[in-house]
Design a binder for this molecule. Sequence first.
Ligand SMILES: Cc1cc2nc3c(=O)[nH]c(=O)nc-3n(C[C@H](O)[C@H](O)[C@H](O)COP(=O)(O)OP(=O)(O)OC[C@H]3O[C@@H](n4cnc5c(N)ncnc54)[C@H](O)[C@@H]3O)c2cc1C
Ligand SMILES: NC(=O)c1ccc[n+]([C@@H]2O[C@H](COP(=O)([O-])OP(=O)(O)OC[C@H]3O[C@@H](n4cnc5c(N)ncnc54)[C@H](OP(=O)(O)O)[C@@H]3O)[C@@H](O)[C@H]2O)c1
Length: 392
Amino acid sequence: MTSPQKCAAVVVGAGPAGLAVMGNLLEKQLGGKIAWVDPYFQAGRVNRKYREVPSNTKVALFQAYATAVQSFRSVINSTRMPNAFTTMAKLDQEKTCHLHHAADVVRALTDGIVKMDQVLPCHGAVTAANLVENTSTWTVRIKLRDHDEIEVVTPRLILCTGSSPTEVPIPLKDHPIERLDLDVVLKPSELVSFLSRDTPVTVAVVGASHSAILALLNLVYLARTSHPHLRIKWFTRHPLRYAEYKDGWILRDNTGLKGLAADFARQQLEDAVLPHSEAGQFISKVDCGGGRETAQYEKHLPSCSYIVQAVGFTRDPLPELSVNGSLLKPEFDAVTGGFHDGHGRGVRGLYGAGIAFPERVVDPQGNVEHAVGFFKFMKFLKRVTPQWAAIQ
Ligand SMILES: Cc1cc2nc3c(=O)[nH]c(=O)nc-3n(C[C@H](O)[C@H](O)[C@H](O)COP(=O)(O)OP(=O)(O)OC[C@H]3O[C@@H](n4cnc5c(N)ncnc54)[C@H](O)[C@@H]3O)c2cc1C
Ligand SMILES: NC(=O)c1ccc[n+]([C@@H]2O[C@H](COP(=O)([O-])OP(=O)(O)OC[C@H]3O[C@@H](n4cnc5c(N)ncnc54)[C@H](OP(=O)(O)O)[C@@H]3O)[C@@H](O)[C@H]2O)c1
């Protein structure tokens, strides 16, 4: 291994959050290069898995993200037209769009940022990092795509490592049922060939938030077009919850249904409409509220061939982190973006952002949520990165 390179920061992950961190730190003139590490530099999961998903935020917010920092504006101004930015600029700013537009903007910005002199792009994965407290220096180990390993030393390590669909144990142990990957259900072009067209298939969908409603929408589309034998059992434990637009703020901004998912839910899935709606021809709702979960699964799951769990997202595994050689179990501080160790002590120079490490927000009615979204990451980072930059 070559001798470690010194950098002003190491940013782990090149999804929308890692990119937003880069944009903010580049504005801070940290006085050294910023190492940026990702195996792909392809806009993260939104590009890899969710290009066909309709957004639940309006185009204007993707535009606001893409123009929020000087380095992004420089990339946009120096990218030959037509490009992902000009395409997005032509969309109705007040409407939602498919996520491939947002993913292409992130990819175009990434392509420009990695070429900047202040950036050291590393195609690979961070496998471990150790903080030596008396020098306030992290030694970050990176396994490059060509299998070489390098080390970077830095005062700041920022984790934007993303999350994947949560899998919980299948509620009925003895019944053989195949898992259907949520990512496949959210990608109609893959789903169409995954499920049999000719034999009766019943899919259990668990959940009632954005992912679950889009799963139902995609399955219903197949049932009424190419897959006439497809039926859906929808296991839900709470009523449908929608974002509500108040005067200057949004109730359930992060947890309520928005966009196409909200329209579909209101028009076809509410109890008052489901029995007569087109979706209701294919979906049987299984109400698991009020402690009836186990009984309902026992009754209804045996008739299902697949189960798709749309029950949230879980942080992807982190690199092995240690302080002075002792393993660290970092606890995220969702207000500052920093971390604590198991004893509540701040961990110097370690920060996080993105879907894995979102900001805690409180609305005017006192409801607590975690802010997940392109522009929400940007807003959070604008607030906290000045403190991240200020450490010596
Ligand atoms: C289905 C879905 C739809 C969404 N729709 C919207 C929407 O409409 N509007 C909106 O604003 N937000 C939306 N979001 C929320 C959020 O904006 C996205 O989830 C976003 O992609 C999260 O970005 P991220 O950078 O935190 O994570 P990711 O996109 O997952 O990126 C993480 C990156 O880190 C890399 N990585 C992980 N570990 C390492 C390592 N050890 N070393 C190096 N690299 C590593 C990965 O390869 C990846 O590239 C949606 C989320 C989901 C799940
Ligand atoms: N563009 C889009 O339209 C889109 C699509 C998908 C996701 N997203 C974004 O991605 C993020 C994650 O969204 P998400 O919809 O996947 O998840 P989520 O918003 O985290 O919600 C998870 C849901 O799963 C339910 N749940 C958890 N455990 C369960 C269990 N064991 N059985 C039944 N239900 C269970 C929860 O209900 P309880 O409240 O009862 O626990 C909750 O409704 C959000 O930021 C969202 O905005 C966006």
